[in-house]
Design a protein around this ligand. Structure first.
Ligand code: TMP
Length: 199
């Protein structure tokens, strides 16, 4: 049985990751792949702590970075790795690069964020949905109360970090400021190319 494949969808808040990740899972299933949607922060023990802190003030960014890393390791051990061993394609709505981007900005220490996440394997394919901070916030405006992370200046800095990982060749950038179908069509081309020869 072939080993599985881990696709991560990344981007700042309001980039459209969840919509695209769900569409991608359906598309993969339609092509005969056994695909599964998952997300971070998870609903596991560490993810629940993170969610309870989402609107809190004065949260120490180092503690929060450790919790995101713990949540990720738990996610890998309990969910992702077992499914990969069964040969599934996992589509994760946020993964490692969310911490590398967000927590590098909140802690100001990218090397340390890399270090505490060193047990998290790189995704087989990381797709970065690029929108401007104002574009992302406009999309969120109608949705719900803003979390601490939803500040335009902050998100612009997170975006710069993501773009750094695009430059390094770890993420593939897709312009996500366009209609859903256009963005999705780029995503499926990238995934198709990455999966060529499988199944
Ligand atoms: P969500 O809106 O995609 O559920 O994510 C919740 C927030 O958590 C979002 O503002 C991004 C943030 N986040 C991090 O800062 N670091 C991480 O590692 C992850 C997974 C999410």
């Amino acid at each position: 049985m072939p080993a599985g494949f881990l696709v991560a969808l990344e981007g700042i808040d309001g980039a459209g990751k969840t919509t695209q990740a769900r569409l991608l899972v359906e598309w993969l299933r339609g092509r005969g792949f056994d695909a599964r949607y998952t997300y971070e922060p998870t609903r596991g023990p560490f993810g629940r702590i993170l969610r309870s802190m989402a609107h809190a003030r004065n949260v120490d960014p180092r503690l929060e970075a450790l919790l995101f890393a713990a949540d990720r390791l738990h996610h890998l051990i309990r969910v992702i790795n077992p499914l990969l061993e069964r040969g599934l394609i996992i589509v994760s709505d946020r993964y490692l690069h969310s911490s590398l981007a967000y927590q590098s900005v909140t802690t100001g220490d990218q090397k340390w964020v890399e270090e505490i996440n060193k047990f998290a394997r790189r995704p087989d394919l990381g797709i970065y949905l690029d929108v401007s901070a104002s574009g992302g916030l406009n999309r969120l405006a109608r949705r719900r109360k803003r979390s601490r992370f939803e500040d335009e200046g902050f998100l612009e800095r997170v975006r710069e970090k993501y773009l750094e990982y695009v430059e390094r060749g770890e993420l593939v950038k897709v312009d996500a400021g366009r209609p859903v179908d256009d963005v999705f069509s780029d995503i499926t081309s990238i995934v198709e190319e990455a999966l060529r020869g499988r199944r």
